[in-house]
Design a protein around this ligand. Structure first.
Ligand code: NAD
Length: 264
């Protein structure tokens, strides 16, 4: 089996990276950064997001597992103290895969140049850089509302505990192939109106955002900032692809939610 390790880059994470590499090569696994069967991320959720985007072109062949060197992460749920146990699991046991839905984002342009397609593990956000963002929100081909405000966040179920949660979005179990649209400070008065509640869309329901005014806006995919000009539309839907996590022990989603946000 081939493996790669993505480190956050700090001293502790780098040391653990070296330790895991030594152990796994000792078990005769092959270190291969180009075509790994399993990617071990060492750091935090941000490191796993980075690893995901790095190997996004080969999701069918790559499984992910995360070690956290800071606080418990949603994707990074193994502690540094458990590394030996994890390594033995990876080397000796066929791993169980759980797959989670992803968000597909297609950006199209006014000048009809080639569209760009992205996959997000957590979310896509669209935020104004100056003044209010004004976007038509089109759901399944029908204009639903014109949004005015700071921005919009479209998240995956596993990303629902990240930025989406800070916007009072619902936490969605990752077994539900869906995306969630949450507002950032919408303007609501007698003139302007949005629904005000987060919307959860099932698979095959597309949410299209079409800029109405001329303000510059930022588009993010997970931790990445996209630089695009002349955007005609941003189309979001549940992706065909899924992300695969290697599971060596049960760690139910609701337990992770509880341990992250309420108590151990
Ligand atoms: P970062 O260093 O600012 O970390 C953001 C925090 O989000 C970390 O504590 C991380 O553990 C947590 N996080 C990431 N994914 C999560 C998930 N699926 N569930 C629960 N918590 C999660 O930024 P980063 O490490 O580059 O991560 C980028 C992510 O940060 C974005 O995808 C976005 O979800 C999140 N973010 C959140 C807010 C907010 O809550 N107001 C604002 C900006 C970005």
């Amino acid at each position: 089996m081939r493996f790669a390790i993505q480190s956050k880059g700090d001293e502790t994470s780098n040391q653990i990276q070296e330790q895991i590499k030594r152990y796994l090569t000792g078990f005769e696994l092959v270190y291969d950064e180009e075509e790994p069967d399993i990617v071990i991320s060492v750091g935090g959720d941000g490191t796993l997001l980075y690893a995901f985007q790095r190997y996004v072109h080969r999701l069918d062949e790559t499984a992910f597992v995360g070690v956290h060197t800071g606080h418990l992460g949603f994707y990074a749920d193994w502690t540094p103290e458990e590394v030996e146990k994890l390594v033995i699991h990876i080397a000796k046991t066929p791993f169980h895969i759980v797959d989670y839905p992803l968000l597909e984002v297609t950006v199209r342009f006014n000048d009809d140049k080639k569209e760009k397609r992205y996959l997000a593990l957590n979310e896509c956000t669209v935020k104004s850089m100056e003044g209010s963002l004004v976007m038509d929100v089109v759901i399944k081909g029908e204009t639903f509302e014109t949004f005015r405000g700071d921005g919009l966040c479209i998240s995956t179920p596993s990303g629902s505990t990240a930025y989406n949660k800070a916007l009072s979005g619902a936490i969605i179990h990752p077994s539900l192939p869906s995306i969630q649209l949450a507002e950032m400070a919408s303007i609501n008065n007698r003139v302007f109106r949005t629904v005000g509640s987060p919307l959860i869309l099932p698979q095959h329901h597309t949410c299209m955002l079409r800029p109405v005014n001329d303000v510059n806006f930022d588009v993010t995919i997970d931790h990445l900032f996209l630089v695009h000009k002349d955007v005609k539309s941003i189309q979001c839907r549940v992706a065909h692809e899924k992300v695969r996590f290697a599971r060596f022990r049960p760690f139910p989603f609701w337990k992770r939610v509880k341990e992250s946000f309420i108590s151990d």
